[in-house]
Design a protein. Structure first.
Length: 210
């Protein structure tokens, strides 16, 4: 089984509870859509759990900001508090985050033949216009948002060879249509943390515990 988990934003308690709900097995793959850090108070715990478990993360805009702020000496107060007394882990986590990919394209397909594509931002605005392998794709995908005029009804009619699972845009509930799943459900804002299985396309929600 493959699971993709939405934006965690340092919400460690919610993440632990969600992982227990979906009963991760040794042969399951777990991916995160980015933004596992910042905002919440437990970024260091979240990254420690993900790294020790061998889970996968795509680069999000908050990972990018974390790296850039560290380089500039402008780490925010939540990060400083989270890593107090864990300076070795902080340096190691920064080195780890610098190597994150900007997308995952596993050789997995849904029943309609669409290949799974895991990104932080909304990929369908870029697909067919910008190459996966370009710096422009990497630069834009971490901030790409759903177009304001894209209703669920219009989204359901989009034609694509890919099934894009993404986060970045907080939604009141998961947006799941024929070629996409938006799974940032605003855990940090008191809503839910979302896990999405593929190719089954089953949603599991955990109410925020932070």
């Amino acid at each position: 089984m493959l699971y993709v988990i939405g934006d965690v934003h340092g919400c460690y308690k919610s993440l632990v509870s969600l992982l227990k709900k979906i009963h991760i097995k040794s042969n399951d793959d777990v991916y995160f859509v980015g933004d596992v850090v910042h905002k919440g108070k437990d970024s260091s715990k979240v990254l420690k759990l993900i790294r020790e478990s061998g889970y996968h993360i795509v680069m999000g805009n908050h990972e990018k900001t974390f790296i850039e702020n560290f380089k500039a000496g402008k780490i925010n107060k939540e990060i400083i508090s989270s890593y107090r007394g864990k300076e070795v882990q902080l340096l190691d986590d920064i080195a780890f985050l610098k190597k994150l990919p900007y997308y995952y394209l596993p050789k997995l397909f849904d029943k309609n033949g669409k290949q799974l594509l895991i990104t932080h931002g909304y990929a369908h605005s870029l697909l067919g216009k910008i190459s996966f392998y370009s710096e422009e794709f990497n630069r834009r995908i971490i901030n790409e948002r759903i177009p304001p005029n894209l209703t669920p009804q219009k989204a359901a009619k989009l034609k694509s060879n890919y099934f894009n699972v993404f986060g970045h845009i907080p939604l009141p509930s998961p947006l799941i249509v024929s070629c996409m799943a938006g799974i940032d459900t605003g855990c940090y804002n008191g809503n839910h943390l979302c896990a999405f299985s593929f190719p089954e396309k089953k949603v599991t929600l955990q109410k925020s515990l932070e």
